[in-house]
Design a protein around this ligand. Structure first.
Ligand SMILES: O=P(O)(O)OC[C@H]1O[C@H](O[C@H]2O[C@H](CO)[C@@H](O)[C@H](O)[C@H]2O)[C@H](O)[C@@H](O)[C@@H]1O
Length: 368
């Protein structure tokens, strides 16, 4: 193409082809062939697609996770009213405790626990999201009485370094990396050490993308890229909101070269994962099967989580019409969970009550 044509192309890209070339001028094929026009239109389409994608990401980055329910766009519905109507549909798991345990009669409760925002409070530095001691003691007790799994977006080894409990199942990288407890469970033999990796062939790609993202985002202050083995997290909690668009653009540029990866969003984090049909919901089903409850009615799975990715598990429970999802959130959010808890301290209280109830009912059964 000549320089003049290059100018036209740039103008076309910035203003749109119709504004630059009136219909009567389009057939001037001497200097601007149909092939050139096709290239121009394709570039414009790609640019618009890119801009639309970035805008959609920015909208989600501004929203909470899962999507926060807005008060009908006006100030006329106060937040408290919003919450009181939401809580009717998602009552506190503490106030519904008796109903929850009553539903478990004759069934084995299996506990699924998300990590960040559920067992540990959200903090600025992901490397310092330690689990409080009392929470660890509570989870240890829970795991003594019920099969228990930690289901997290984190790398499995990393979450283990926070939880430090051997008797649990761990499903890391959004369920793509599952390992059984190191000590065997007493109720089902032969399932210890279960190991399943849904996306092993993606390991080199994820590593490459992780390095590319670190490089591309290193000049954006506050950005933290975390390698979660089968997925990557790009944290923007500490990034100035004015830089979010630059960050999103850099992430898009990297992802353009990896059509087999997709982007999802969590709490102030962009998550890059393989486009396979595997998520926390599939991990929950896998674990139920591993525990011997594949097509069983004798099980009551209870899943507690705070993040958008936990919705996949809540949805599975709804579809199976089995067990309960419990969303950890202080504010009303669109969710498939049945119940709610406000924060990790309430999660601890719920788990503690569950252990006490189990001890008590076991004691009663022994005396009878
Ligand atoms: O599935 P989860 O256990 O909830 O993991 C999801 C992501 O959690 C972590 O990030 C979140 O917690 C951080 C520490 O509190 C916080 O700084 C960050 O803003 C949150 O998004 C973790 O670092 C990510 O890798 C997980 O994907």
């Amino acid at each position: 193409m000549t320089n003049q044509q290059n100018v036209v192309v740039l103008d076309v890209l910035s203003r749109g082809v119709r504004n630059v070339l009136p219909p009567s001028s389009l057939p001037v094929a001497k200097s601007f062939s149909p092939q050139d026009l096709k290239v121009v239109l394709m570039k414009k389409f790609e640019t618009e697609k890119g801009v639309a994608k970035i805008n959609a990401w920015l909208d989600s980055m501004r929203a909470s996770s899962p999507t926060r329910i807005r008060s009908t766009g006006t100030a006329s519905v106060p937040e408290t009213e919003n919450r009181s109507s939401w809580i009717v549909h998602h009552p506190s798991a503490l106030s519904m405790f008796e109903q929850i345990v009553a539903a478990s009669r004759g069934k084995q409760i299996v506990m699924f626990l998300d990590y960040d925002g559920t067992l540990s409070p959200i903090v600025e530095d992901p490397d310092r999201a330690f689990m409080p001691k009392e929470m660890r003691a509570t989870v240890r007790d829970v795991a003594r009485h019920f099969p228990t799994a930690i289901v997290t977006g984190r790398c499995r080894d990393k979450v283990y370094s926070f939880v430090k409990l051997a008797g649990l199942y761990y499903a890391g990288s959004h369920g793509m990396d599952i390992k059984g407890p190191s000590k065997s469970y007493k109720y089902k033999k032969g399932n210890q050490g279960v190991l399943f990796q849904a996306a092993s062939e993606f390991l080199p790609m994820i590593d490459e993308v992780y390095r590319a993202l670190v490089e591309k985002t290193k000049s954006i202050p506050g950005t933290k890229v975390e390698n979660n083995k089968f997925c990557v997290s790009v944290h923007f909690r500490c990034v100035d909101e004015k830089s979010w668009v630059v960050l999103a653009e850099q992430v898009r540029l990297v992802l353009n070269d990896y059509p087999k990866l997709k982007l999802t969003e969590g709490r102030k984090v962009l998550e890059i994962r393989p486009t396979i049909k595997w998520d926390k919901g599939r991990a929950l089903e896998f674990l139920l099967e591993a525990l011997g409850f594949a097509n069983s009615n004798d099980v009551l799975p209870v899943y507690i989580g705070d993040d958008r990715s936990d919705e996949d598990a809540f949805k599975i429970l709804r579809q199976r019409n089995q067990g309960f999802g419990i969303l950890v959130s202080k504010s009303p959010k669109e969710t498939n969970a049945s119940y709610s808890l406000q924060e990790p301290s309430e999660v601890k209280e719920f788990l503690r009550r569950l252990v006490d109830w189990k001890k008590l009912s076991h004691g009663v059964a022994k005396c009878a």
